[in-house]
Design a protein around this ligand. Structure first.
Ligand code: GLY
Ligand code: MN
Ligand code: MN
Length: 437
């Protein structure tokens, strides 16, 4: 079903959540500024505007700074929409589209006018935003009870949100395919990045995060965002971690390619097959930490089979050796933010679910339930710093260093999909988009 048809139900869900969140916090109104521009220090240049996620949760409006949303239980929500008189910049378009009919919309021309449309008593308002968004006495107070409730439940995507993420995945996959073609044609990292942006129709200000485009050894830098302007003499491997945005929702996709049909290609294929099995574990009732820990075992098995490890998989995990090759979390929640909030939330009233000991970079520790959307992104990397640490810890004899030398020029591997937990089999938004493309 198209997202537009699913929007009324999405809005009803948000209204119900808001009603309860306001009870929890003891407030009458939810008030959400869209956010304002930030300026560089000692300069008149603004940073790219990033909409308040609490605002874009309600409507697919991501480029309207200075606007406000007012939600009072039992009433239609109000959108106070700033359309300034301004001939320097593009003024946000008048609100329209499938969502607009669900709001009382007040168009204002400046902040002072906006203030007149906010609830009279700021003390009765839960105002969710950054300090800079304050408008007179309407100063963001970010009540923890309200935020904890809303953010905990935001992990459960409505069908509308899943449809929006489907589209974000389709756009990302289209761009990934263009990027692969650019790699095969011998483009530089910068050239591949441009091919990606062109195919997505999105650039740095639109994408949900900075593209990670790595040739060869650069794939060993987890968040490599430099982009060489000149192609390497020989491009052996290509890792691209890049997503796309749609109506405020993100996709987060990683693929790794080998230029030749070689041992590295076989290693990529092994990680890909293991990744598919991990995706299949995205099922209701599964502790996400289990998926992470099982991934260590699976990846250590692949390293052992490839002759990189001299010890068996369980031993490699127990002794911390797998962490030298897989030094990040298996994934995270995703939605309005590429790293969705409330990954550690124990309940909608607060509390924290701990990460497993020795796994500081895992971003999600909750038990999966239908509606959650998570990434599954196992990786294997040849990172000098971590390999040196292994040696320093006296674990050097667990590794075949000749095999490591064979793979180091390829940098590393990551395969990342966005997967929806359902009542039954998981829905893999990324694989579906690749199959359809
Ligand atoms: N693109 C960042 C991540 O995969 O989490
Ligand atoms: Mn990710
Ligand atoms: Mn990613």
């Amino acid at each position: 079903m198209p997202a537009a048809a699913l929007y009324p139900e999405h809005l009803a869900t948000l209204l119900a959540r808001t009603e309860e969140a306001l009870v929890r916090g003891g407030f009458d109104h939810l008030v959400v500024p869209s956010g304002t521009l930030h300026y560089q220090a000692f300069d008149d240049r603004d940073y790219p505007y990033a909409v308040n996620p609490q605002f874009k949760a309600w409507l697919p409006v991501t480029k309207a700074p200075g606007s406000w949303l007012v939600v009072t239980p039992g009433q239609r929500p109000t959108l106070v929409f700033l359309q300034p008189h301004d001939y320097w910049h593009v003024v946000p378009e008048a609100p329209g589209g499938y969502w607009a009919g669900h709001f009382d919309i007040v168009v204002v021309r400046d902040a002072a006018e906006a203030a007149r449309h906010l609830p009279a008593d700021p003390a009765r308002c839960a105002i969710l935003g950054e300090p800079q968004s304050a408008l007179g006495d309407h100063v963001p107070n970010n009540p923890p009870a309200v935020i904890a409730y809303l953010e905990y439940h935001r992990a459960f995507k409505t069908p509308y949100e899943v449809a929006m993420m489907h589209e974000a995945s389709r756009i990302g996959v289209r761009a990934h395919r263009a990027a692969e073609r650019a790699f095969r044609a011998g483009a530089s990292e910068f050239g591949i990045h441009l091919a990606y942006c062109q195919a997505a129709g999105q650039d740095a200000n639109d994408l949900p995060y900075g593209n990670i485009v790595c040739l060869n050894e650069h794939a060993a830098v987890l968040h490599y965002t430099d982009r060489d302007r000149v192609p390497p003499k020989v491009a052996r491997s290509f890792l691209i971690d890049a997503g796309a945005s749609f109506g405020g929702y993100a996709s987060d996709i990683t693929r790794t390619y080998s230029a030749a049909d070689d041992d590295f290609a076989a290693l990529v294929a092994a990680v890909d097959a293991a990744q598919l099995r991990m995706c299949d574990a995205v099922r209701a009732g599964t502790d996400y930490r289990r998926i992470h820990l099982d991934a260590h075992l699976a990846l250590a098995g692949i390293l052992r089979d490839a002759g990189i490890l001299r010890i068996d998989a369980a031993d490699a995990v127990a002794r911390g050796v797998s962490s030298a090759f897989f030094p990040h979390g298996i994934g995270h929640g995703i939605g309005l933010q590429v790293h969705d909030v409330a990954g550690f939330a124990a309940s909608d009233a607060g509390g924290t679910i701990a990460k497993p000991d020795g796994h500081p970079y895992l971003r999600l520790t909750r038990t999966l339930e239908p509606g959650m959307v998570v990434t599954i992104e196992p990786g294997l990397y040849f990172i000098d710093m971590l390999l040196d640490e292994l040696q320093a810890k006296g674990l050097g004899d667990t590794v075949d260093w000749d095999r490591v030398a064979t793979f180091k020029p390829y940098g590393g591997i990551r395969i990342e999909d966005d997967v929806v937990c359902t009542d039954g089999a998981p829905l893999n938004l990324t694989r579906e988009a690749f199959s359809a493309a």
